[in-house]
Design a protein around this ligand. Structure first.
Ligand SMILES: [Zn+2]
Length: 365
């Protein structure tokens, strides 16, 4: 047997190599061995992917998969072979999310919430003393291998008037470790340009389609010049679908009209979101296809682009020979599909992606 596994006859879309065509994907051990038409060699196992899409394993950079024990396996079943937990816990309880990330079958990392008590109903950093630089640094010191950045939720109901100071402290925490900061934008007290000024290359703005106050577009629907400047210097703009206040279709209309597409598409996944609005990463990708992005573009957002954001995913997000053999097999179905934003508005689309099978490190799961 020349290969351990061959995925036969699917439409392989690998934006990292600008590939879109019918190919077989051959795997040896935990690595991609070859991507070619009609691989004839024997393989120990085969997956028939005729009529399906075969893409690099999906990477979701904004989830809360480390909030529950079965989070990692639920995401894996949806083709997610790498994820980031974006601030489910702060310094006080970071050990809980660290333990889940460490035991996850796929590569996983956590962002530490700058609010030391994590996500609070009354607002993570409404009490500014919760934005505790020393406590966060001590947690990072102990968990350098798993903490991949800092999360700062900045909307009015989370940080109140403290948003700017909270973000300043987040950067203070990040600087000695050269870690990225992910901000949760939208409905902030401070104007967005004031917050963007504190972001460095590699930092992430999540919830990029949040409605006003302080969305990425002005009242005429034009992208703010500071947003364009931030992208130009390497700040990443991420979807973060979520369920409350983060996504409104008319904002997507304006932003797409200006051709300012997301760098990364993420779910803001929680167990509750599996049955409402988010469902899974494929469903979130489908929304943006129905707004005019191509399959190649949305797949790039969850593979090659996402892999560049956090070092743990280096070498992932591609089907190049020698890469980790993480593969998502998807179905692209035609029909009539309703997509709901966070405000109850529905748009109907003609196509939707569904997860079909996942290969992680060469093994079908
Ligand atoms: Zn989130």
């Amino acid at each position: 047997m020349k290969y351990d596994l061959v995925i036969k006859g699917g439409r392989v879309i690998d934006p990292s190599r600008k590939l879109d065509g019918i190919r077989d994907v051959a795997i040896t051990g935990d690595r991609i061995a070859a991507v070619q038409a009609n691989i004839a060699s024997d393989a120990a196992k085969a997956i028939d992917a005729h009529g399906k899409l075969v893409v690099p394993g999906l990477i979701d950079i904004h989830t809360h998969a480390a909030r529950v024990k079965d989070g990692p396996s639920l995401c894996l079943a949806d083709g997610v072979t790498g994820w980031i937990d974006a601030g489910s816990q702060g310094a006080d309880h970071i050990a809980d999310t660290i333990a889940i990330a460490k035991s996850a079958p796929q590569p996983a990392r956590v962002l530490i919430n700058i609010g030391r008590a994590g996500i609070l109903p009354e607002g993570d950093t409404m009490d500014l003393s919760h934005a505790d630089v020393a406590a966060a640094r001590a947690a990072i010191e102990k968990n350098r291998d798993i903490i991949a950045g800092i999360k700062a939720r900045l909307s009015q109901d989370v940080a109140g008037p403290n948003d700017f100071e909270v973000l300043k402290r987040a950067q203070e925490i990040a600087t000695p470790y050269k870690l990225p900061v992910m901000i949760h934008m939208g409905q902030t007290v401070s104007p967005l340009p004031k917050l963007l000024a504190l972001l460095k290359p590699g930092d992430v703005v999540t919830h990029m389609f949040a409605p006003p106050p302080n969305s990425i577009v002005d009242s005429n629907g034009h992208i703010l010049p500071e947003v364009i400047a931030a992208r130009r210097r390497g700040v990443i703009f991420d979807v973060g679908n979520g369920r409350t206040g983060h996504l409104r279709w008319d904002i997507v209309d304006s932003v797409f009209h200006e051709r300012f597409f997301p760098d990364t598409i993420s779910t803001d996944w929680t167990p509750e979101a599996r049955t409402a609005q988010v469902i899974n990463l494929e469903n979130v990708m489908s929304k943006f296809m129905n707004f005019g992005m191509t399959p190649d573009q949305v797949i790039a957002c969850v593979t090659a682009n996402a892999a560049r954001v956090f070092p743990v995913f280096q070498g992932h997000g591609t089907l190049s020979a020698g890469a980790p053999a993480d593969v998502a097999i998807l179905e692209l179905r035609d029909g009539s599909f309703d997509f709901v934003d966070n405000f109850g508005n529905t748009r109907t689309g003609k196509q939707r992606l569904f997860p079909s099978a996942t290969v992680l490190a060469g093994k079908q799961v």
